[in-house]
Design a protein around this ligand. Structure first.
Ligand code: HEC
Length: 151
């Protein structure tokens, strides 16, 4: 009983904190990413799309329905192919490490395999698996940026 009370007190405090927050104006959140900018190169396009898809996936976790995420991830696959082609034919030059194209392509490949876990979670509409897959995906951003993105 004491244990139950100990659990109940912080829970009540949390509820009180949430209610307090709701007294202010309700913030609206933009659900779409920035409109494509004609000055973006092919990788910037992919990265902006990636960021938007991840933001939407995170919202889907909150909504408890991740079934639509797979469709959005599909667009990323097309963006990846555009990136690969541009890196290979030289129409896009990496801002850093441009002499290590094979490493970049391998990292990009590994990264997109990581995204497949999100696709699987979406197809199963498995919310906890999606949360886990988003976390793993986010862990993979920095490694590639450290090597190939000009800060
Ligand atoms: C395989 C490599 C790679 C991975 C993995 C990667 N990025 Fe990037 N990202 C890049 C490169 C290269 C650039 C720089 C593009 C340029 O400026 O030409 C970049 C740039 C960006 C930008 C800036 C785009 C702009 O408009 O200038 C954002 C935002 C971004 N990445 C988000 C992410 C996020 C979020 C993740 C992880 C979920 C991620 N990236 C994973 C390679 C990667």
């Amino acid at each position: 009983m004491t244990r139950l009370l100990l659990l109940a007190v912080p829970a009540l405090l949390l509820v009180a904190a949430c209610q307090h927050r709701q007294q202010g104006p309700v913030e609206t959140v933009e659900t779409k990413g920035p409109a494509p900018d004609p000055t973006w190169n092919v990788v910037q396009m992919e990265m902006q799309l990636l960021t938007t898809v991840l933001e939407n996936a995170m919202r889907a976790v909150g909504d408890g329905d991740v079934s639509h995420v797979a469709k959005e991830l599909h667009q990323l696959h097309q963006a990846k192919e555009a990136t690969e082609a541009a890196v290979k034919d030289g129409s896009y030059t990496l801002p850093k490490g441009s002499d290590q194209v094979p490493t970049f392509l391998a990292m990009d490949d590994a990264f997109h395999k990581q995204l497949e876990a999100m696709v699987r979670a979406s197809r199963a509409n498995d919310v906890p698996a999606m949360a886990q897959a988003i976390g793993n995906t986010l862990n993979a951003c920095h490694g590639c940026h450290a090597l190939f993105r000009d800060p």
